[in-house]
Design a protein around this ligand. Structure first.
Ligand SMILES: Nc1ncnc2c1ncn2[C@@H]1O[C@H](COP(=O)(O)OP(=O)(O)OP(=O)(O)O)[C@@H](O)[C@H]1O
Ligand SMILES: [Mg+2]
Length: 329
């Protein structure tokens, strides 16, 4: 399988507006290092689960993947072409090949348009088919995402959260994308509805051979959907690899804590769950050394200073942690 998406040493930073303190003390504007030296490759048809606590950079990384925000350094290639070095027409073409589904199903739909109009608009704007075929294509799309035909004339306010999310998914699928990025797209829904939407993603992935990035706070949500899992902490990927291997034998202490925090997986890892108490540190003030060291039960001297740990590759996963320095090969 060839690579659809290649990310190399990606950095994304936000400059905060100058506050009073900076103005008075003439200090430079503060910089949020939201994505810090991230590299990953996504093969055609692969499903990647991107997990980590709030603020770790998941949304920023996914927006950079699609060329939607400016990057500070690094490179993103989609199907071999640089995402940030494109002419306008090429950028439009990318918009069709890569789509995003958002967290809040109500907010991402136009409240004035019916389901039918919302979906028809995509076919018309992108000129995906002759006008007379639009109603048929809309009906097909609704069926594909499990929306019954009588919902076509309803507006978002008359739909449930799950139904709205299905409309959001249908809209993303209308252009027949190769890559679908779902950003926390079930977290706002009730648990039973979450399961239905996750099953829909699974079905679509199998039927359409979609390459997917599935973003969630909760590892439990992504693990049966994804072949690969990437765990992010303060802008960095601390562990990435085969989902099964990461679940069975998480290597990074942070991944162990995340798995311990999943309610239905009360194994030994649960002991580590209280590590995640409180907020993660701010990416404005990144700890030196390994950014996880202030919360890590295994932190050693080497973890506290110097450069962040380098990645260690095992057969199925890559982990950035000094605990594995001896296993270096
Ligand atoms: N436009 C922006 N301007 C300034 N800072 C930003 C901006 N967007 C994101 N950030 C900061 O960048 C960091 C990463 O944010 P991001 O939204 O990517 O995290 P996330 O992992 O998606 O979080 P969540 O799980 O809450 O959605 C956070 O500290 C956030 O406050
Ligand atoms: Mg986010």
């Amino acid at each position: 399988m060839s690579a659809l998406l290649e990310i190399e040493n990606l950095h994304v930073q936000f400059r905060l507006p100058q506050g009073l303190t900076e103005l008075v003390t003439r200090k430079p504007r503060r910089i949020v290092k939201a994505v810090n030296d991230v590299s990953l490759t996504l093969k055609q048809g692969e499903t990647l689960g991107l997990v980590g606590e709030s603020g770790c950079g998941k949304t920023t990384l996914s927006r950079a993947m699609l060329g939607l925000i400016e990057i500070a350094a690094g490179r993103v290639r989609f199907d071999g072409d640089d995402v940030f070095n494109r002419r306008r027409t090429e950028q439009l073409a990318l918009r069709r090949r890569a789509q995003m589904v958002f967290q809040d199903p109500y907010a991402s739909l136009n409240p004035k348009l019916t389901v039918g109009q919302t979906l028809a608009e995509v076919f018309k704007v992108h000129r995906l088919c002759p006008l007379h075929q639009v109603p048929t294509r809309v009906a097909e799309l609704m069926e594909r995402v499990g929306l019954s035909p009588e919902l076509e004339d309803r507006r978002p306010g008359e739909l449930s959260g799950g139904q709205c999310q299905r409309v959001g998914i249908a809209r993303a699928l209308a252009v027949n994308p190769e890559l679908l990025v779902a950003d926390e797209s079930v977290s706002a829904l009730d648990v039973s509805i979450q399961a239905q939407i996750l099953n829909l993603f699974l079905k679509l992935q199998q039927e359409m051979g979609l390459t997917m990035v599935f973003i969630a706070h909760d590892l439990g949500v992504v693990w049966h959907l994804c072949q690969t899992i990437a765990v992010m902490y303060l802008g960095r990927i601390v562990e990435i690899g085969d989902a099964e291997a990461i679940f069975r034998t998480p290597k990074h202490p942070y991944t162990q804590a995340l798995i311990g925090a999943i309610p239905q997986m009360q194994a030994d890892a649960a002991l580590n769950a209280n590590l995640l108490a409180g907020e993660p540190p701010s990416p404005l003030y990144l700890p030196s050394g390994c950014a996880f060291h202030p919360r890590c039960p295994h932190a050693m001297e080497v973890c506290r200073s110097g450069a962040p740990p380098v990645s260690h590759n095992t057969r199925l996963v890559k982990v950035s942690c000094h605990l594995y320095d001896k296993e270096k090969r």
